[in-house]
Write a protein that binds this ligand. Structure first.
Ligand code: NOJ
Length: 565
């Protein structure tokens, strides 16, 4: 059996801009993270993923890197990072950073050189094409759309050419075909690993190879977002094998690739099976949007499509059971808040705990996104000017272009999915600005901070926070550890409309995990099992009558059982 330190870890994702401001400028920073290491240790996590804090003009909050070897002034200094690594390691907490290798900022010196002339030595660091002339006009080389709206190409007057950018105009895509680019990116990875970090979350990794520059026909609009043109194409694997051989493997680094663009199971296996020689794991997004929220637009009317959720988790668990490892997360900094997507407004505590159990008892490495452990929710947007995130604004105008007479609906649509939701300041206390800062933060605090905050959670032994702490403790330190970490995952009752149940089995024992996704009572027959003991329960008690358990709204309970023959 393959065993690695990260398989026995629990991770926590930090969005530095929103975590904690230590110097009263309204922006979270590295010292802020440092000051909360004990908080994280108490929660029980032993691995943190920190989103980019590199020098950047912040067009995309740091994913547009201007200098990979320096820290953005608003986030602190290299010395702060060195201290953070030291202090985290002293507490047994490992650190992975975002490795942004698909693009740079347009203010990166390579791009400034590249755009300056066609024969500049850095020209081929990026992807340049001549304009397509249609009816005497200069058009982008293809009709491909970008993730953040508009064309995947931006025109640059200096050399009368287009450069490729699948995110924003200020994020030109690197040309991975160029070996010099590969070698520079290898240097960057080595530098950070030499500094002592333990690995990387690899941003947008599936996009490093592009299809031939031929128009897509997936839609009839002048510009179409067809991510198949730049996702999960063959050469990505060559690049990753090289990175693995030269950096990841020699440093024994943990690497988790973000594989968007509808990565299939087959592709996931290519990236991250034990013998892929590419990555340790991949984050996929199949379990997002298994609800009707984008249709009803009102969280109070949201219902979860449980079969969709079970299918999404189940297929990855099944496919990787013997050949690889998976991260487990509900969301990250690009998705709406868990409580708004899948929680229930009438039962926030019960549904929040149930969602935590449902995920944390699976096979894989759980990642908690900052604020998830206290049940933070989406932000109540009232106007398009409330959006800070570049893609949320684009989204609003996209929806408005489809229904120009309904700006309210356009706002609601953009609000539901907005990436600002998970990025509102962390709600530490009921003090002004939620204890995040002593000055008005860069993004307003969610007005519900007096009700939902860390202090309140820590003062209540029955809170969501303590449930997360218990789940982490079970996985890391309890007698069930071997089963929770390395045991098999077996979905049961796949067709059940209200319950998500599965078994975890090791040679020591069998755990039966029962999760009700219903706001009503549900019964479940336990005739097949002999109950030995309760491992974790989100209610104080449970009721069994004649081998049938009566589950309360959103009850989630894990039993150690013996299966009756
Ligand atoms: C994925 C990141 O998670 C997202 O926040 C970012 O905007 C894009 N990659 C581009 O770097």
């Amino acid at each position: 059996m393959v065993k690695k330190w990260w398989m026995e870890s629990v991770g926590y994702q930090i969005y530095p801009k929103s975590f904690l401001d230590s110097n009263a400028d309204g922006i979270g920073d590295i010292k802020g993270i440092d000051s909360k290491l004990d908080y994280l240790k108490d929660l029980g996590v032993n691995l943190i993923w920190i989103c980019p804090f590199y020098d950047s003009p912040m067009d995309d909050n740091g994913y547009d890197v201007r200098n990979f070897f320096d820290v953005a002034k608003e986030f602190g200094s290299m010395d702060d990072v060195k201290d953070l690594i030291k202090h985290a390691h002293e507490r047994g907490i490992k650190i992975i950073l975002d490795y942004v290798l698909n693009h740079t900022s347009d203010e990166h010196p390579w791009f400034i050189e590249s755009r300056s002339s066609k024969d500049n030595p850095y020209r081929d660091f990026y992807i340049w094409q001549d304009p397509k002339i249609v009816d005497g006009e200069k058009r982008p080389p293809t009709n491909w759309g970008s993730f953040f709206g508009g064309s995947a190409w931006a025109y640059d007057e200096a050399t009368d050419s287009f450069y490729m950018k699948i995110f924003s105009d200020k994020m030109p895509d690197l040309n991975w075909k160029n070996e010099k680019v590969q070698d520079e990116m290898i240097k960057i990875a080595k530098t950070w690993l030499d500094l002592g970090i333990d690995g990387f979350r690899i941003d947008a990794v599936s996009h490093l190879d592009r299809a031939e520059f031929v128009d897509t026909d997936v839609c009839t609009d002048p510009i179409c977002l067809d991510w198949h043109k730049f996702s999960n194409l063959p050469k990505v694997h060559d690049y990753l094998k090289k990175l693995n051989k030269e950096v990841f493997e020699p440093y024994q680094a943990l690497t988790i690739g973000e594989v968007g663009g509808e990565a299939s199971i087959e592709q996931g296996i290519k990236y991250a099976s034990y013998d892929s020689n590419e990555l340790s794991m991949v984050f996929n997004f199949d379990h997002n949007w298994c609800n009707n929220l984008s249709d009803v637009l009102n969280p109070k009317k949201m219902t979860v499509r449980l079969k969709c959720l079970k299918k999404a988790f189940g297929k990855w668990q099944e496919a990787f059971k013997e050949i690889g490892w998976l991260p487990l997360n509900w969301l990250n900094h690009d998705q709406p808040r868990l409580m708004t997507q899948y929680g229930h407004y009438k039962y926030p505590l019960e549904s929040g705990k149930m969602l935590a159990t449902a995920l944390h008892m699976m096979r894989g490495t759980p990642f908690i996104y900052q604020g998830e452990e206290i049940g933070m929710t989406n932000y109540p947007f009232e106007d398009v000017s409330d959006f800070n995130d570049i893609s949320s604004q684009a989204n609003y105008f996209y929806h408005l272009s489809k229904e120009p007479d309904d700006p309210v609906k356009a706002l609601k649509k953009a609000a539901v999915t907005s990436r600002d939701n998970p990025r509102t300041p962390m709600q530490w206390s009921s003090d002004e600005f939620a204890g995040f800062s002593t000055k008005p933060p860069w993004f307003p605090v969610n007005p519900n901070y007096k009700k939902i905050n860390v202090t309140k959670n820590l003062n209540d032994k029955n809170s969501l926070w303590y449930h997360y702490q218990k789940l982490i403790d079970l996985r890391r330190h309890s007698l069930y550890k071997e089963t929770i970490v390395y045991g098999s995952y077996e979905m049961i009752d796949p067709e059940h409309e209200l319950l998500y149940n599965y078994l975890r089995k090791s040679k020591n024992e069998t755990l039966l995990v029962i999760n009700s996704f219903s706001p009503k009572k549900v019964t479940y027959n336990l005739t097949k099992y002999q109950i030995i003991e309760v491992v974790i329960n989100n209610y104080k008690d449970y009721h069994i009558k004649e081998h049938t358990i009566m589950l309360k709204p959103f009850q989630s309970i894990v039993f150690k059982v013996e299966e009756k023959l």
